[in-house]
Design a protein around this ligand. Structure first.
Ligand code: NZQ
Ligand code: ZN
Length: 386
C-alpha cells in the first residue's frame, strides 16, 4: 500500500430535507450576501429553486443569482461569476446543480480572492489558490462526486483544453436524493456510469496488488451496477437513486484512493473530447472504457482477472487468466449496451478523424495504471471508438 495523507472531507448532510437541516445548523457560517449559482433552469422546474430562495429569505440573506452555468463549464463563465462576487462583496456561494455548477463555483470562489488570472497561476506558474470565498454544494444531479473534493473540471475555449483545476472544497454538501427525481433517466445513467468510471480508474491504478481500498471499491462498483439496473427498471425508484447518489460521493471522497495512484486515463481522453465536441461526460466515458481496457489489460492481467471475478462474478475455472480478463471487459461492454449508453463516437455525432488526432495529441498521458500510453496509441483508441 502506498503512503497517504487523509484530508478532511466536506461535512455532508444526506437525505430528504437535508437543505433545511443544513441551514438551521450552519446559518452562522453563511454571510449575509449569498450568491445562488445554478445551471439552465432545471432547478426551477423541480421546485428546488423556490425551496432554496424561501429558506435564504427566511434567514434574511441578500441573494445574488448567477445562472446559466452550462454543462462542461467554461473559463469565461468562471470569470463572469468571479466578477459578480467581487463587485457585490459576496460572502458565501451556494452551488445548486450537478458537477458543472459545483465545479464552476469552486473556481469562482478561488478567482474572486485573487487579482491574478487563475488559469495562468495554476497551469503556467504551478501555484494553487489558498484563499476562497466559502461555499456549499447542493447536489441536484449525482455522478461526478464534485461535492466531495476540491477538483474542478473547466473548459478553456480559447485554448481548447478541458482540464482539472484546484479550487474550493465545499464547507458542507447537501445530498438530498429527492432532488434527483426529476433528472431524466438518460442523465441518471450517464452520471452513474461516471461514478463507475471513477471507481474503475482508481481500481486499476498502481499498485496492482490488492488492498483494502480495492475491496471497498469492488463493493461500490457492484452496488453501482445493481442500482443502475434498478433505476432502469423503475426510474421512480428513490432507493436506487439514493444509493447511486452515495456511490457517487464514495467514489470521489478520497476513500477509494487511499494507498493508490489514481490514473484517470479514460477521463483525460474524454475531457479533451469534451473540449472539442462538448460531449456528455458519462457518455464519452462509456464509449472509451472498453476499448481502452482491451489495449491495456495484458499489462495489468492480475487486476483485470480480479475485476472480472469480483465485479462481474465470472467463476469459470476452465478459462485461462487472459480469457477471464477479456470476459470481464466483455461484460462491461454488454452492460453499457444494456444501459442504453452509446458504444461508438459516431452514435453521438463524432466522425471527424482530423479532430480526433488533435484530441489525442492534446490528451494528458497518465502513468498511474498498468500501461502508459503514447499519443499515437490514444489516437488508435479513438479511431477504434468511431
Ligand atoms: O443546467 P440545468 O438546467 O440545471 O440541467 C442540468 C444539465 O442539463 C441537468 N440537471 C441537473 N439537476 C437536475 C437536472 N435536470 C433535472 N432535474 C434536476 N434535479 O442535468 C444536466 C447535466 O448536468 P451537469 O452538471 O452538466 O452534469 P454532471 O453532474 O454529469 O457534471 C458534468 C461535469 O462535471 C465534470 C465533467 O467533466 C463535466 O464538466 N466532472 C467533475 C468532476 C469533479 N469535480 O470531481 C469529476 C468528473 O470526472 C467530471 O469530470
Ligand atoms: Zn468523471
Amino acid at each position: 500500500m502506498n503512503k497517504f495523507i487523509m484530508n478532511n472531507m466536506p461535512k455532508v448532510y444526506f437525505g430528504e430535507g437535508a437543505l433545511k437541516t443544513v441551514l438551521e445548523n450552519e446559518i452562522d457560517k453563511i454571510g449575509k450576501k449569498v450568491m445562488l449559482a445554478y445551471g439552465g433552469g432545471s432547478i426551477k422546474n423541480a421546485g428546488i429553486y423556490d425551496e432554496v430562495m424561501t429558506l435564504l429569505h427566511k434567514y434574511d440573506k441578500e441573494v445574488y443569482e448567477f445562472s446559466g452555468i452550462m454543462s462542461n463549464p467554461t473559463y469565461f463563465k468562471v470569470q463572469e461569476g468571479a466578477e459578480l462576487v467581487k463587485e457585490n462583496g459576496i460572502e458565501f456561494i451556494i452551488a445548486v446543480g450537478g458537477g458543472s455548477v459545483i465545479d464552476c463555483c469552486k473556481i469562482i470562489s478561488a478567482q474572486a480572492k485573487t487579482d491574478r488570472d487563475i488559469w495562468t497561476m495554476e497551469f503556467e506558474d504551478k501555484q494553487y489558490p489558498t484563499e476562497f470565498i466559502p461555499m456549499a454544494a447542493v447536489v441536484t444531479a449525482s455522478g461526478t462526486g464534485a461535492e466531495m473534493n476540491n477538483g474542478a473540471v473547466i473548459t478553456n475555449e480559447d485554448l481548447k483544453i478541458k482540464a482539472g483545476m484546484l479550487g474550493a472544497l465545499a464547507q458542507f454538501s447537501v445530498l438530498d436524493p429527492t432532488y434527483t427525481l426529476t433528472v431524466p433517466l438518460k442523465q441518471v445513467i450517464s452520471g452513474a456510469f461516471d461514478t463507475f468510471s471513477h471507481a474503475m480508474e482508481t481500481y486499476f491504478g498502481k499498485p496492482l496488488e490488492n488492498n483494502v481500498s480495492n475491496e471497498i471499491n469492488e463493493t461500490i462498483m457492484r452496488n453501482t451496477i445493481r442500482n443502475m439496473h434498478a433505476v432502469m427498471k423503475d426510474p421512480t425508484d428513490l432507493n436506487a437513486r439514493s444509493e447511486l447518489m452515495w456511490d457517487s460521493a464514495m467514489a470521489e471522497n478520497g476513500i477509494l484512493k487511499l494507498g493508490k495512484v489514481t490514473d484517470f486515463q479514460a477521463h483525460q481522453i474524454e475531457h479533451q473530447l469534451g473540449a472539442y465536441t462538448n460531449c456528455n461526460h458519462g457518455q464519452g466515458l462509456a464509449i472509451i472504457h472498453p476499448i481502452l481496457y482491451k489495449h491495456i489489460y495484458k499489462e495489468g492481467l492480475i487486476k483485470f482477472v480480479r475485476y472480472a471475478k469480483e465485479v462481474w462474478g465470472i467463476k469459470d475455472t476452465q478459462l485461462s487468466d487472459e480469457e477471464i480478463a477479456l470476459e470481464g471487459i466483455q461484460r462491461l461492454s454488454d452492460f453499457i449496451i444494456e444501459m442504453q449508453l452509446p458504444t461508438a463516437l459516431s452514435e453521438i455525432g463524432i466522425t471527424d478523424k482530423d479532430m480526433l488526432k488533435k484530441v489525442a495529441d492534446s490528451t494528458n498521458i497518465m502513468p498511474g495504471c498498468c500501461k502508459q500510453l503514447t499519443h499515437e496509441e490514444i489516437y488508435d483508441i479513438l479511431l477504434e471508438c468511431l
